[in-house]
Design a protein around this ligand. Structure first.
Ligand SMILES: Cc1cc2nc3c(=O)[nH]c(=O)nc-3n(C[C@H](O)[C@H](O)[C@H](O)COP(=O)(O)OP(=O)(O)OC[C@H]3O[C@@H](n4cnc5c(N)ncnc54)[C@H](O)[C@@H]3O)c2cc1C
Length: 279
């Protein structure tokens, strides 16, 4: 098993801020992973780091990132089976190439399949859990497979049991023409062209029931508001952009101000979609 010490959080997250991570393990299979979980019950799982922000201090909890053995896509009954470390980009490309339809809405969402399942990532209308047939999990006691109807997922929550690491999933996809899948993917990618560029973790807040978080933040007057190197995007107010010099303290303070402003103006409590871990 590979292990890296004192890794800069800026190098392993899309927000590019935070201090160092004391120790990152990279197991190469479920048996190594189960042993690791047994030894370190407080392990934090990291996928592509596109929804995770580390604090500015050294993060002392052990972190696990799934190794190359967990990055694969293969045909399986009902659709495909893919490893949790597979990037969403690779998965969507595979679907285009092989003419499989059902997850085109994931086009352009960065990160890994594991992170997407944990977050139930997707669009306002779809989450990736809609396509799940079953999920393979490993915890300290070993590996098991959970059928979709035994998982209680919801908006931006895959409902994955605490202490479990997703290692793979079988997704339900339908055969379609190559050009049809490609056209759908391109349409979803085109919608993303309007998204802000730069270092970010995507949408900072979940959309409250019946509202768009970005619209509330905009109407509360926060577009362009800056703390240190962190700024509420002028293009989409639910994005905070790091200009390259933001600390996580800057991001946290901006989040606190936005939440307070939206609460005062609309009486609505925003909750974070991004995961900020450590101090
Ligand atoms: C520019 C940009 C655009 C984005 N657009 C969208 C969007 O349109 N829709 C959307 O939903 N999200 C979006 N996101 C957010 C993010 O990309 C998704 O949530 C993505 O699915 C997270 O994947 P990841 O591998 O990077 O997860 P990470 O950030 O690494 O992890 C996210 C969470 O999942 C857990 N986790 C990761 N892997 C596993 C595993 N194998 N087993 C158990 N738990 C695991 C982590 O512990 C953490 O709590 C965007 C982000 C960016 C930067």
């Amino acid at each position: 098993m590979r292990m890296a010490r004192m890794v800069s959080a800026q190098d392993i997250t899309s927000m590019h801020c935070g201090g160092s991570v004391a120790c990152i393990f990279e197991p190469e299979g479920p048996t190594e992973l189960a042993g690791l979980l047994h030894e370190h019950p407080d392990l934090l799982v990291l996928g592509g780091g596109t929804n995770t922000i580390f604090g500015d201090d050294v993060f002392t909890r052990p972190v696990v990132r799934l190794g190359a053995e967990f990055a694969f896509v293969e045909e399986a009954p009902g659709g495909i089976r893919a490893g949790a470390a597979t990037s969403m980009k690779r998965l969507v490309s595979y679907c285009i190439r092989t003419g499989l339809s059902g997850i085109e809405f994931m086009a352009g969402i960065p990160g890994t399949l594991g992170g997407a399942l944990y977050m139930n990532a997707g669009t306002a209308d779809n989450g990736i859990m809609d396509a799940v047939i079953e999920i393979e999990l490993t915890d300290a006691s070993g590996s098991r497979t959970l059928a979709r109807d035994r998982i209680d997922c919801s908006y931006r929550s895959g409902g994955i049991p605490e202490g479990s690491v997703i290692t793979a999933a079988r997704l339900s996809l339908q055969g379609a023409r190559y050009d049809e899948v490609r056209r759908n993917v391109l349409a979803f990618l085109a919608r993303r062209k309007a998204q802000p560029r730069g270092f970010s973790a995507g949408s900072v807040f979940r959309n409250p029931q019946g509202h768009a978080a970005g619209k509330l933040i905009d109407q509360a007057g926060f577009k362009g508001r800056r703390i240190g190197g962190a700024k509420v995007s002028e293009i989409h107010a639910n994005f905070i952009i790091n200009d390259g010099h933001a600390s996580t303290a800057d991001v946290r303070e901006l989040i606190r101000l936005v939440k307070q402003g939206v609460k005062e103006r609309f009486g609505i409590e925003l909750t974070e979609e991004v995961r900020i871990v450590g101090q």
